[in-house]
Design a protein around this ligand. Structure first.
Ligand code: SAM
Length: 189
């Protein structure tokens, strides 16, 4: 079994949208306790690389391909550490399951979730190579469409996917951007 039920959401996202391949480099934002890291490690195999980031410390995952960073993805220092860890060849897949602490106030929780999703989107544009994929969690609400439209400018297509394991948390879904269109020319290239 996996260390979180969230693992089954990622399995379904991968089945629906075809995210991973053997040898891929995967970035997982909001990775604690680590269920997605376990699934990603299985999918990328021995020649892949998986980097997880979370505010919380993540217990070691039993795969030599997985490393983690403890940090806040809304601060530059963490983004820089992540870029360094991923390295010059960039990432094939960026995942974000980041979620804000819930207040129960629908609009506030939505706004905070969109803010976190946009952090993931920005980092994805810096890390992904052309053809890379982004899957990001977001709570439904008024700002979802604008985020989706911004992603549509950067990916060949964007899908909304609500895994069965997300049914109980009614407002949560994933935006999946397939095939990043224009990776920037990075310094050092
Ligand atoms: N996908 C994970 C798994 O399979 O175990 C579950 C992730 S959990 C739903 C959401 C995580 O997002 C929490 O562990 C939380 O600490 C993290 N998170 C929220 N805001 C964050 C931020 N600004 N930077 C990094 N992680 C953050």
């Amino acid at each position: 079994g996996y260390r979180s039920r969230a693992a089954y959401k990622l399995k379904q996202l991968d089945e629906d949208a075809g995210l991973f391949g053997p040898g891929n480099t995967v970035v997982d934002l909001g990775a604690a306790p680590g269920g997605w890291l376990e699934v990603a490690a299985e999918r990328v195999g021995d020649h892949g690389k998986v980097v997880g980031v979370d505010l919380q410390r993540i217990k070691d995952v039993d795969a030599h391909t997985v490393t983690t960073i403890k940090g806040d993805m809304t601060v530059d220092e963490t983004k820089a550490a992540l870029k360094e860890r991923v390295g010059d060849s960039g990432a094939d897949v960026v995942l974000s399951d980041m979620a804000p602490n819930m207040t129960g106030e629908y609009n506030l929780d939505h706004a905070r979730s969109v803010y976190l999703a946009r952090q993931a989107f920005e980092v994805a544009m810096e890390l992904l190579g052309t053809g890379g994929d982004l899957a990001v969690k977001v709570f439904e609400g008024q700002d979802l469409k604008a985020l989706e439209d911004d992603m549509k400018n950067e990916f060949r297509y964007v899908r909304r996917i609500k895994p069965d394991a997300s049914r109980d948390s009614s407002s949560e879904l994933y935006l999946v951007g397939k095939h990043y269109l224009t990776a920037p020319v990075r310094s050092g290239d």
